[in-house]
Design a protein around this ligand. Sequence first.
Ligand code: G16
Length: 554
Amino acid sequence: MHYSKPIKVQPVKTQAFNDQKPGTSGLRKKVAQFKKTDYLQNFVQSIFNCLPNLPGSTLILGGDGRYYNRESIQIILRMAAANRVGKVILGQGGILSTPAASHLIRKHKALGGIILSASHNPGGMNGDFGIKYNVSNGGPAPEEFTNAVYEETKKITEYHIAPIKGIPLDLLGHYTLEKMNIEIINPVQDYAELMKCQFNFDKIKMLINQDNFELCFDAMYAVTGPYAKQILEDELCATPGSVIRGESLPDFGGIHPDPNLVHARRLVAKMFDEEETGSAPNFGAASDGDGDRNMIMGDYFFVTPSDSLAVIAANAHLIPAFKNGLKGIGRSMPTSQAADRVAEKLGIPCYETPTGWKFFGNLLDAGRINLCGEESFGTGSDHVREKDGLWAVLCWLNILAERKQSVEDIVRQHWAEYGRNYYTRHDYENIPSESANKLIDTLLANLNTLKGKSFGERTITIADNFSYHDPVDDTVSKNQGIRILFDDGARIIFRLSGTGTEGATLRLYIERYEKDIQQHDLDTQEALYDLIEIAELIANIIGYTGMHEPTVIT
Ligand code: G16
């Protein structure tokens, strides 16, 4: 279908913005900021300017369906046409989950993809919007590229856009915009096929269809709804209604689509039977705005993301995705060291990377790891180059189907074998940036006075600002979080979030190891109480933020 004849495109003059530095995962801002004249256009053109092979190439395009997704897709299509892109493969309705987009980039050997999402951040007209570029391996662009894009945004003077109307986004098929081909595809199909090759669907189906097995997946009104319904309900025959909040809404129903104990309240209430129906589902899970995060729960039981990574690693031999063995594990620095213990036992390497999925890309490409995860509810493997919420859920279902035990029993047996890493993250959200920076600067200035200091029976052995040397390409990423490491393996970590859009968010990560099985039943906050106090003593969080409590505890 032709929408217009090719025409000569005049560049549009524009003025640079000074706030387009990508964060942990692309550029995230308030919708109002993105709607400013030329704001989105400048950023997209800056990406295009950093891609010398763009003319004639194939790009994947889609987003999590949040407010401003459809308008942005039309703008990007017109800009892609004017910048002589050869073909765009687009999810129907402008929808693609982040892992599905990553898979499509790889499947079609595309130059890359543009994903529109602010992930777990709230949506709606007063919420957040975001955009990121993924490279040809399907993963988030490395820092070298995002830094180049940022430099471009500071000096951009013009952009290219075809002055034509958009195309219908909801009809599957092939279109032509100027000379550019557009293929609109079902956003779920390819991803669902990929999942079938990763897991034993027959065994999972048998588990799910047992009379005494109940499953609940909370899609949080975000992008995973249609993916979860097709895979869990249609293919694996879970009872209709097992996927709750499964409609994808542009404002996520007004909730914060972040799968944790605070924001996935509906799921948590079910899993702890807060309505006192007498039973809770055997397995519960939730995903986020763009489908890359996951939270795993059993009946009356929460699995921390760090433990989830370790349990999947220890049970990888039961999962077809790992039929060729586990090569190595990656975890972000603030993620607990539970997975390290599994790696040690298996005799495989465990890499510690900075926060941000992009840092796993080289390790995955080089075949050094094929399982990775983060404390921020992210788990994934080399099947794509993004974390993958539903994939992690299917890993757990596959393990449950093989082991025929409850989630809680599996985790408790894991602790009995490897010991328990008590772990918590405290977030102090929306602090004035100046106060947050002062807190960090003061900590940094005092770092070399901390080594050797004792607090009770613990002594600090290392106090530093984490720096990562990528073993594959030898790049070095500095300033990746302040680490306070103790002689008994306990850790306190401070860093500022790179994904927020309002003020600053201080993240405090606390961990300690407990070998004694008699001590595995403590409340996490109580188990870590002394370290929480030490963190306050070292950083004076109350003094700098005026906050006596974190806003979110995970
Ligand atoms: C993004 C990144 C993750 C990171 C998380 C939190 O996740 O992809 O690698 O762990 O942000 O980052 P920060 O602590 O800087 O806020 P998502 O799901 O938001 O794309």
